[in-house]
Design a protein around this ligand. Structure first.
Ligand SMILES: [Zn+2]
Length: 311
């Protein structure tokens, strides 16, 4: 039996939370008293927590815990230790990819927050395979490879070139119009495509309203091709949630709204990579990742990166 220092009642050890820094390995006050204290001091505890996550130790703990959680969940290698992560947080002050200073937020992520990137996702969290990069750079690379990023850049260059010579409507000549006729011939498939385009349209309308953009689309404007025009993976719907292959609506120029000449259907993976980045930013991110590959001598894991320009 252990006496609670708050209510002075002797209780079983199971009524106390664990605390390894105390001699008997238990908290000094019982769970019940602790609960009352937490309710009474909710604001103060929350503020203490926020303050902790702004310190190097707090940031490192958060990065370490989340990485370990992901590693367990996906059963991938995890060989990092907290002290190494803390060392990285204290020594690496800017993103090696985007050359911006890391910012320290609360628990939410900003574009310039620290994240742990695995150079080769399948190799897991080892010291050689892991480094700190900004959230935005990590989001763009996603779980994809540099090759996917290269394809995305090539594609955007092509769009840009088309735009330079009054490109409006021209991207439809990338095979999308033919695809629409193709699906009208296949009756059973058409229903599936239709339902997806109806949903994509209603989602687009909601986003347009939120972002105060024009949306002049009608249902037949949204044509889902069989493969992603950017990275070439097949497009199909995930069973419950969005997957890499899910078709998504992309605005080619992020400054323009949802109008026929500015939209295309691409894979969710390519859309996440494109994010709200400009072409220049994407190129900078690509070059940045390539540079840290070389410096950390991790290129061997990738093999030779083949550069392909989509036809
Ligand atoms: Zn008590």
């Amino acid at each position: 039996m252990v006496e609670c220092q708050k209510c002075k009642v002797k209780k079983l050890a199971s009524k106390f939370s664990k605390n390894s820094s105390h001699q008997n390995g238990l908290q000094k006050i019982c769970k019940k008293c602790n609960g009352k204290y937490r309710v009474a001091n909710k604001e103060r505890i929350a503020e203490q927590k926020r303050a902790y996550y702004r310190t190097s130790k707090g940031i490192a703990k958060q990065l370490f815990d989340k990485a370990r959680y992901r590693a367990r969940k996906q059963s991938i290698v995890f060989e990092l230790d907290y002290d190494w992560v803390l060392g990285q947080v204290q020594q690496v002050l800017e993103c090696p990819v985007r050359k911006v200073k890391f910012v320290t937020g609360d628990k939410t992520f900003h574009n310039n927050s620290r994240t742990l990137d695995r150079a080769q996702p399948s190799l897991g969290y080892t010291r050689e395979n892991t480094c700190l990069v900004s959230f935005k750079a990590n989001l763009v690379k996603n779980n994809g490879s540099l090759q996917d990023l290269k394809l995305l850049i090539c594609y955007l260059h092509k769009i840009k070139a088309m735009k330079a010579e009054s490109w409006i409507g021209k991207f439809r000549s990338l095979g999308l119009v033919q695809q629409k006729i193709y699906f009208e011939e296949k009756n059973n498939k058409r229903i599936y495509r239709k339902s997806i385009s109806v949903r994509m349209l209603s989602d687009a309308k909601k986003r347009a309203k939120r972002k105060k953009l024009i949306c002049s689309l009608v249902e037949c404007d949204i044509v889902v091709p069989t493969v992603c025009p950017i990275i070439g993976i097949p497009l199909f719907k995930g069973t419950r949630k969005k997957i890499d292959n899910s078709p998504t609506l992309d605005r080619i120029d992020n400054n323009l709204g949802y109008v026929l000449s500015n939209i295309q259907v691409i894979s969710n993976k390519a859309n996440i990579m494109k994010n709200d980045c400009t072409l220049q930013e994407l190129e900078q991110i690509y070059i940045g990742f390539e540079a840290i590959e070389v410096t950390k001598n991790r290129l061997k894991h990738y093999g030779v990166i083949q550069m392909q320009v989509p036809e």
